[in-house]
Design a protein around this ligand. Structure first.
Ligand code: MLT
Length: 253
């Protein structure tokens, strides 16, 4: 078993590289955290688009009683959107049974990548242990899976320290539980996590994107996004749709 990490969404031959991999897609600040929160609050599904224009067009085709148009550009809610990308906006009252159409700067740009993978999961610190348990179960039950790939959203094509930290938390868990080899990128992420695991929130507050969010008034998002195991759910990706795995599906791995 190989544990690999893409710390920035680099171009790669998507037709072969991911076909025997479980892919864990990470955007700590904030798309993964927001998606986990919304599904935990019983949103029906998340539909992702890569542009705001596509999000608006899709929203206009759906019964607006049952849908929310959400997202951000440069951290802020675009004009005419019903919600931004703060997890605090995705309360049960607001999202229960609704379709959330979501477009963000980084997160929703990666969730449609690695389409050849048989299993793509949205993850962050808030669902860390649930994802680790599910993926371990999956790889133990499926001999076709040869690798686990941590796929970080990054920040506008560059390294995101908080995504690298989260990727390292996953690598460390799998390295402790599996007989596996780490690529250099996975090893780097694991080393970063081992350096800062004692105080994740304070560390994340020092990152570029956290400082931008703080300046925009989203300080509470940093606290939420760095809280381990807040929501024990598994969001899985199929095409442009992200839904929560049912308990039986989680159990069967
Ligand atoms: C995102 O895609 O989640 C972005 O990285 C930015 C944000 O939500 O502030």
């Amino acid at each position: 078993m190989i544990i690999d990490a893409f710390l920035v969404p680099t171009a790669i031959d998507e037709n072969t590289y991911f076909s025997n991999s479980v892919v864990i897609m990470i955007d700590v600040l904030r798309a993964s955290t927001t998606i986990v929160t919304a599904l935990s609050n019983n949103a029906r599904e998340i539909i992702i688009t890569d542009t705001t224009e596509k999000a608006v067009k899709l929203y206009n085709t759906i019964d607006k009683q049952n849908a929310i148009l959400a997202g951000e550009r440069n951290g802020m809610k675009p004009d005419g959107f019903g919600a931004g990308n703060s997890p605090t906006e995705f309360t049960k009252e607001k999202v229960e049974s609704k379709i959330v159409i979501l477009t963000t700067t980084n997160g929703t740009q990666i969730f449609t990548r690695a389409k050849e993978s048989p299993c793509r999961i949205v993850a962050s610190f808030v669902n860390l242990s649930a994802v680790c348990e599910y993926v371990l179960n999956r790889v133990k039950n499926d001999p076709a899976v040869h690798s686990i790939i941590l796929f970080a959203a990054g920040n506008k094509g560059r390294i995101s320290y908080e995504d690298t930290l989260a990727a390292g938390a996953f690598v460390r868990h799998f390295h402790n539980e599996l007989n596996c080899k780490l690529t250099d990128a996975a090893h780097l992420a694991k080393s970063i996590y081992e350096m800062y695991k004692g105080n994740i929130t304070d560390f994340i507050r020092t990152t570029e994107h956290a400082k931008l969010l703080e300046s925009l008034g989203f300080d509470s998002d940093i606290q939420i996004a760095s809280t381990i195991d807040l929501y024990p759910i598994i969001p899985y990706i199929e095409g442009n749709s992200i839904k929560m795995l049912k308990a039986t599906e989680v159990k069967n791995g």
